[in-house]
Design a protein around this ligand. Structure first.
Ligand SMILES: [Mn+2]
Length: 309
């Protein structure tokens, strides 16, 4: 029994760049990542997606149509389970074709039997106590695996570019779960939410977070992206499946220019017209306002924090 475990694809996420060909959008990279993962995984018995399928709870219509086509095609070959993440907060059953045979859309905690496995499925919940109650119901008399989209005690976002990292702790955030929130008997959690891939021990259980399938912000620029491939025999094992990602670079001076290739998403650490011209001459795609442009109008505060997924 082989399972492809995808998470945090953030389909429809865009990024404004200068220098890219006409018609290019960052959303194409996010689509390509999930399609590539399915090809790279080879034959599997089940595909699960543990949340944040779309970047926004109201994704653009074209993106919904594209994703629906992809999911329907996939579900014709292999059972698919998609779980609601915090970004999909209005629920996936509004955007994903729920009546497709073989496609299981999980907006509320439930227990599913798919491909001969019993799966306890617990979508994102904003408080740990509520999550514990939902997980207990979803596990019921027992489950082989638990699918969720949640921060867990000890999971970590590394610092990058001089910014410090962050470790989640139960009690410090309302939604972070600890060993005490796990139903008895749960040994393996297939978990989304954090974008750096990682494995965390939670009491007797192991939490595997494959991270996002493509980089969703510059804070992820040093992270390897991909998915997890699970193998269930008499034991349960998994390994990372690496995927190619579009390179991202922050240019602080001429010494960083050597890393730029055509199509590298590039941000200047500080405005510098000469450096910007050099970067563009190398084919880099520039993110942010042109050097010398007036500062952008202040944006309203965003509800979601990209760094933490
Ligand atoms: Mn996410």
């Amino acid at each position: 029994m082989r399972i492809l475990h995808l998470s945090d694809s953030h389909l429809g996420r865009t990024l404004r760049v200068r220098g890219a060909p006409r018609g290019w959008t960052r959303a194409l990279d996010h689509r390509a990542a999930v399609e590539h993962a399915v090809l790279a995984a080879g034959p599997v018995d089940l595909v699960v997606h543990t949340g944040d399928l779309f970047d926004r709870s109201r994704p653009p219509r074209a993106e919904v149509a594209q994703a629906a086509g992809w999911l329907v095609g996939l579900a014709q070959r292999v059972p698919v389970v998609v779980l609601r993440g915090n970004h999909d907060r209005r629920g996936l059953s509004r955007t994903v074709p729920v009546t497709t045979p073989g496609l299981h859309v999980v907006d509320h905690a439930t227990r599913l039997v798919v491909a001969g496995l019993t799966l306890a499925c617990v979508p994102f919940l904003s408080d740990a106590a509520g999550w514990a109650a939902a997980a207990l119901r979803a596990v019921g008399p027992g489950a082989d695996l638990l699918l969720c989209h949640q921060a867990v005690d000890g999971c970590h976002v590394p610092g990058v570019g001089g910014r410090s990292g962050f470790t989640f702790r139960v009690g410090a955030q309302r939604d972070t779960i600890g060993a005490r929130h796990l139903p008895p008997g749960v040994t393996h959690l297939l978990c989304g939410h954090l974008h750096p891939r990682q494995v965390v021990g939670l009491g007797p259980a192991t939490v595997v977070m494959p991270g996002s399938t493509e980089r969703t912000s510059f804070s992820e620029r040093e992270q390897v992206k991909g998915a997890a491939l699970w193998e269930l025999t008499s034991t349960v094992t998994w390994r990372w499946l690496d995927l190619p990602s579009r390179p991202m670079a922050v240019v602080a001076g001429p010494h960083d220019l050597g890393r730029l290739r055509p199509g590298t998403l590039t941000r200047l650490a500080t405005p510098d017209p000469a450096l910007e011209a050099e970067a563009m001459a190398r084919g880099a795609w520039l993110v942010g306002a042109p050097t010398g442009a007036p500062p952008p109008a202040p944006r309203p505060p965003q509800r979601q924090v990209g760094l933490f997924g």
